[in-house]
Design a protein around this ligand. Structure first.
Ligand SMILES: O=C(O)CCC(=O)C(=O)O
Ligand SMILES: [Fe+2]
Length: 314
């Protein structure tokens, strides 16, 4: 039987907690990925965001370029095709994207929490995308509660570590592929940097994860499922108990190459001044601490953004 990334109904976290926690832990230790259904995010919240981002990406290149802020590593607003590449890859990804960050009600608790920019050309862009940001953050908090229990911590372990996290909603447009002889792919193989990623729109073909035997497994889920995967920060915190699984987005074959693809990952980050120090519950004689040196999460992020071409080395 071909293996599949499992899908779990998040409502069971309230009704069947112990089993749910065991099952989600098993899914992550095996795959680093899990589909989440029963999340209650209305279709309209997702659909409104897709409408808004499709309108934005359809704007002329020079209009979109106005929304790129130099020196921020693409943290907010627009990043053009050809800028981001996977770590260790020679070829840039075939994608452009827009980043929405946290809206702050007062002064920024950390300088990396930049203000958002919003495109004036698309009516309702902020309302639509920020509604999705908020909904995904809430779902992410619930997934982190389940993972905290799996890791032998209090359910609310992550709450005060993410409440002003520098989380980012990334709306991605992979344009139709005109040059089918290109060496680039839509998203070169990589691991996500953050704690967890919640991916909306993964029911469109193309996403694949790397299995331990070296094969690529397509992630196929039914519509409405949100795929949630572990990123490098959580892998590091858990001493690789929860693996940050390598994944990529491949170019479609044949006629499908002329179709665009859209997807919306939400990269959930800890507070920028949170220090990632390996959990004691994840260290033992068989699994000695791989990271005896703790690291500030914003410093870690900066190192990683350099590797993928989003910020220049100082
Ligand atoms: O587009 C997708 O399905 C995945 C994108 C992704 O892996 C990323 O942006 O980190
Ligand atoms: Fe990714």
């Amino acid at each position: 039987m071909t293996q599949q990334v499992p899908t779990l109904d998040i409502r069971r976290f309230a009704t069947d907690k112990d089993n749910f926690v065991a099952e989600i832990g098993k899914a992550y230790t095996e795959f680093g990925f899990c589909g989440i259904s029963g999340h209650g995010i209305p279709d309209a919240v997702v659909e409104n965001t897709y409408q808004a981002i499709k309108q934005f990406f359809a704007l002329p290149t020079d209009v979109k370029a106005k929304y790129h802020t130099p020196g921020q590593g693409g943290a907010r607003g627009y990043t053009a095709v050809g800028v981001e590449k996977a770590k260790d890859s020679k070829h840039p990804d075939l994608k452009e994207f827009w980043h929405v960050g946290r809206e702050l009600s007062g002064p920024a608790p950390h300088p990396s929490l930049y203000p958002n920019v919003w495109p004036t050309e698309v009516a309702g862009f902020k309302a639509a995308t920020y509604a999705l940001y908020t909904a995904l953050e809430q779902l992410g908090n619930t997934v982190l509660e389940a993972l905290a229990l799996y890791l032998g911590q209090q359910q609310n372990y992550f709450a005060d570590k993410v409440h002003y996290g520098n989380s980012i909603l990334r709306a991605i447009h992979y344009p139709p592929i005109k040059d089918t002889s290109t060496q680039s792919i839509r998203a070169g193989q990589h691991e996500d940097i953050n704690l967890i990623t919640l991916l909306v729109g993964s029911n469109e073909a193309g996403l694949e994860i790397l299995r331990r035997d070296g094969s690529w497994l397509p992630v196929t889920t039914i519509e409405g499922t949100i795929v949630v995967n572990i990123g490098d920060m959580l892998q590091r915190l858990t001493n690789h108990l929860l693996p940050s699984t390598t994944h990529r987005v491949v170019n479609p074959a044949g006629i499908a190459a002329s179709e665009p693809r859209y997807s919306i990952p939400f990269f959930m980050h800890p507070n920028p001044d949170y220090v990632i120090d390996t959990l004691k519950t994840c260290i033992n004689e068989q699994q000695p601490n791989r990271y005896p040196q703790a690291i500030n999460s914003n410093d870690y992020l900066m190192q990683r953004l350099e590797e993928i071409g989003l910020i220049k080395k100082p």
